[in-house]
Design a protein around this ligand. Structure first.
Ligand code: J9Q
Length: 248
């Protein structure tokens, strides 16, 4: 999979791409990330990538020429590349999108700045607009990293063991159950007995119940979308019942 990043701050990407699983995937050639400085696509003497907004107002607007030049150059070389603009106005990113977008093998990520970019870029060179959430950021660089990480994780071989992807929260729509490691007692707090029992059936049931309990308490909105088995629905009904009796 190839990601071409178009940015005026190429330095931001250095360590996030060098570390951890993403760093390994890059070293192994599973993923290729090409960070492209938009200034290198300017043709004026000052190498300007932004300019004052027509009509006045605060802030600067990204000029169309460098972005269009970069996207067209990449698409001439790789006609199947698709471009994404990271912007608060885009479609909200989520796990399902990350998975489906991992089926496409070449993405161009345009990192806009908060004040915005010339509207003609959107019309001429943006295939899709993506938002990672409703908050203000200075630019699309961090959203681009979020996109790369969430999409790359779905490539076969990205994770050491393939099962941890599907067992993660969100892939089954529930929050993770509580985890413990040694010591068995820490500051007077003991690890739940069931986890030391060696009874794998019981451990699995406990984990499913705790997942449901947490989701009910912290993210009840997720339960509406989750695909629950009969058994899980029964556990959930029991938890809700306990919640009501606790209130009374
Ligand atoms: C470019 N806030 O925010 C959420 N997803 C993307 C963004 C964003 C931003 C500012 C500039 C992208």
């Amino acid at each position: 999979m190839i990601f071409d990043i178009l940015t005026i701050f190429p330095g931001i990407f250095k360590s996030p791409l060098a570390e951890s699983l993403l760093g390994k995937a890059l070293n192994r050639g599973l993923v290729e990330v090409r960070v492209r400085n938009l200034r290198d696509f300017t043709e004026d003497k000052h190498r300007l990538t932004d300019d004052y907004p027509y009509g006045g107002g605060a802030g600067m607007v990204m000029k169309p020429e460098p972005i269009i030049r970069a996207v067209e150059e990449i698409k001439t070389e790789a006609p199947d590349a698709r471009s994404i603009l990271l912007t608060p106005q885009g479609e909200r990113f989520h796990q399902g999108l990350a998975k489906s977008m991992s089926a496409h093998q070449h993405w161009i990520l345009i990192c806009g700045r908060y004040e915005g970019l010339d509207e003609r870029v959107r019309l001429l060179a943006v295939d899709r607009e993506i938002s990672i959430g409703d908050y203000i950021l200075t630019g699309g660089e961090v959203p681009a990293l979020v996109f790369i990480e969430a999409v790359s994780r779905h490539l076969p071989g990205f994770l050491g063991c393939e099962q941890s992807l599907d067992e993660d929260s969100f892939s089954h729509g529930l929050l993770e159950y509580p985890q413990y490691t040694r010591p068995a007692v820490f500051r007077g707090m003991a690890v739940p007995d069931v986890l030391l029992s060696g009874n794998h059936g019981q451990i699995e049931r406990w984990r499913r119940k705790e997942s449901l309990r947490r989701t009910l308490h912290k993210r009840p909105d997720l339960l509406k979308k989750a695909q629950l088995s009969e058994e899980e629905q029964a556990i959930l009904a029991e938890l809700k019942n306990q919640q009501e009796t606790a209130i009374e």
